[in-house]
Design a protein around this ligand. Structure first.
Ligand SMILES: Nc1nc2c(c(=O)[nH]1)N[C@H]1C(S)=C(S)[C@@H](COP(=O)(O)O)O[C@H]1N2
Ligand SMILES: [Mo]
Length: 551
């Protein structure tokens, strides 16, 4: 330090540390010193940090794929999803709908990029700051990984590798300008220019960026291959039905009752809601459904064993508690599989059991009353959906479908275990997060056409939609124009207690601004309430209405 003159030292900045310094052997006391503070421009640091982050993320993603485990980014994202406050989760669903997971990932990468820029910039003067920052990141990834339910030991490896990769990439990128200074200071090369070595920096940082991108690309490709294999396996998982067990329904998808919403929702159009940032690792050969808890005999069922049981097919409407009045988080499918009651009877349910508590391959849980499995409704372990094996998005290889209950308390996808238990002993995923423990579906009706704010010609206007009250069925749908009388809509022929009902009404529209409102009456004669309630905590209520302009 004695070589530095006072004027060269910015003593007001305690973080100042000579990039020049102590670790360099003092070969020549009179050699020119790099002027204090004359370090590479800030963006060199920022770039080093960014490049190191890209490399670290690539190493994390690729190593996770190779070890078939959760990546550090998914682990951190998953830990975040598990902890988001309810208002933020509702806001995310409001803003991004079913793309909320993509939004989360994009947000996470933006935060990481911002932190990497700052870390890199700070590291220009203090490389250890950056190293420590990446180590903290690795620690966060490690803690989140350990926090993931249902994961094996391999999950700790990717965050550790990613942390090491980030530190190495940062220090090596930063050294590319330090190095030039050293050469300038050796007596032999005392006339070499001072400052950082652009070319060396570009080579080092470009190399890490390219390697990081290549690793990320490889990870994406491996993940895609895994998903494709799972999809192929899902597609081939079900033999054709030997006998026709289909619940008799009239022509699906052909009825003109509702021009935009078919009675059966095609798998590709079926809404998807879950907490999974990537699909769980499933291998049909080793997959087992475990039944335990308050049963006479704990048992395990392989997929083949489930297929050997009596197969049923039922048309059931599934809906999400987060569905707003008029929303589209609802769909109807023909679910194929075994009755939950058959499987539970094979194990003998003890009388002290209160709750059927299920867990997915990725550790998500939910529970519903034991009665729902035995009260005569078609509570199912579904293995197929609309004449296909269960699609990956919808729970391959097996899921629960319980008519009349919202998905979050009943419809476990990627099902791996069912435990008979008490309400006190096990609590489903969403319950401590503020949603009701029990959640029967509320009667709802929705207008699909005309669209909101539509401009229509006076005369005959088709109005159409759907209505549902699973378990009770729909007996009547009524339409109100402005504040006029309620008039009956025509109902679709498909009339099942557990499925929605299509409806239409032919409106003789007169010029002006109008409001169209719908309400349904369930099979027990109860009219849908007009009391407005939000989805939180156990399902939205209120009438759906649309404003249109007629010319
Ligand atoms: N494993 C798992 N199963 C799950 C969920 C989840 O987050 N993870 N979400 C539930 C919720 S809230 C709903 S509404 C339904 C949605 O099923 P779908 O995506 O097939 O429409 O799945 C249920 N099953
Ligand atoms: Mo849901």
């Amino acid at each position: 330090m004695s070589h530095r003159s006072d004027t060269e030292t910015d003593s007001s900045d305690p973080s100042w540390e000579p990039v020049v310094a102590d670790d360099v052997p003092e070969v020549h006391p009179d050699a020119p010193r790099r002027p204090a503070g004359r370090i590479a421009p800030w963006y060199v640091g920022a770039l080093s940090g960014t490049v190191a982050a890209i490399f670290a993320v690539g190493v994390g993603l690729a190593s996770a794929q190779m070890l078939t485990t959760t990546s550090p980014t998914d682990a951190v994202g998953g830990a975040f999803v598990d902890r988001v406050p309810k208002w933020l989760k509702n806001l995310a669903i409001d803003w991004f709908g079913t793309s909320d997971k993509t939004a989360l990932k994009v947000g996470m990468f933006m935060v990481m990029a911002a932190l990497a820029v700052v870390l890199g910039w700070r590291s220009l003067r203090r490389p250890l700051t950056g190293a420590a920052g990446f180590a903290l990141f690795a620690l966060l990834g490690l803690l989140c990984a350990l926090d993931r339910p249902n994961s094996d030991g391999a999950i700790v490896v990717p965050p550790l590798l990613a942390g090491l990769a980030g530190i190495a990439a940062l220090l090596i990128s930063l050294r590319s300008f330090d190095h030039q200074w050293r050469r300038a200071n050796s007596p032999q090369r005392s006339r070499a220019p001072l400052g950082w070595d652009r070319r060396r920096f570009v080579v080092a940082s470009g190399g890490f960026a390219a390697a990081g991108a290549a690793l990320s690309g490889t990870a994406v490709a491996l993940e895609q291959r895994r998903v494709n294999r799972l999809r192929a396996a899902a597609g081939a998982s079900l033999p054709p039905l030997a006998t026709d067990t289909t619940t008799p329904t009239v022509d699906d998808n052909t009825g003109p009752i509702n021009p935009v919403t078919p009675f059966i929702t095609p798998n590709n159009d079926f809404y998807r809601i879950d907490t999974a940032l990537s699909f769980p690792f499933i291998d049909l050969d080793t997959w087992r459904l475990q039944i335990g808890g308050l049963v006479e005999r704990e048992r395990e069922f392989s997929f083949a064993e489930l297929l050997e049981m009596e197969q049923v097919e039922r048309t059931i409407t599934l809906c999400c508690v987060s569905n707003e009045v008029g929303g589209d988080l609802v769909g109807t499918a023909r679910w194929r599989g075994v009755l939950l009651a058959d499987v539970l009877r094979a194990c003998g349910v003890q009388s002290s059991a209160e709750q059927v508590f299920s867990t997915s391959a990725d550790g998500w849980t939910c529970g519903f009353p034991v009665a729902a499995a035995f009260d005569g409704r078609d509570a199912m372990i579904a293995l197929g959906m609309n004449n296909e094996g269960l699609p990956l998005e919808h729970g391959y290889p097996a899921r629960l479908v319980i008519p009349g209950l919202y998905g979050y308390v009943s419809a476990t996808k990627w099902l791996t275990s069912i435990r008979l238990t008490t309400w006190a002993d096990d609590v489903g995923y969403w319950v401590p997060r503020g949603w009701s423990r029990e959640a029967p579906v509320k009667t709802q009706s929705r207008i699909d056409v005309p669209k909101r704010g539509a401009r229509l010609d006076a005369g005959t206007v088709p109005v159409a939609g759907v209505a549902w009250a699973q378990g009770r069925g729909i007996a009547r749908v009524e339409i109100q124009i402005d504040d006029g009388p309620w008039v009956q809509a025509e109902l679709g022929a498909e009339n099942l207690d557990d499925a929605w009902r299509l409806w239409r009404y032919t409106w003789d529209a007169t010029p002006g601004d109008h409001r169209i409102t719908v309400r349904a009456t369930d099979g027990e004669g109860v009219v849908q309430t007009d009391e407005v309630a939000p989805p939180d905590p156990d399902g939205a209520t209120g009438h759906h209405s649309r404003r249109v302009t007629v010319r």
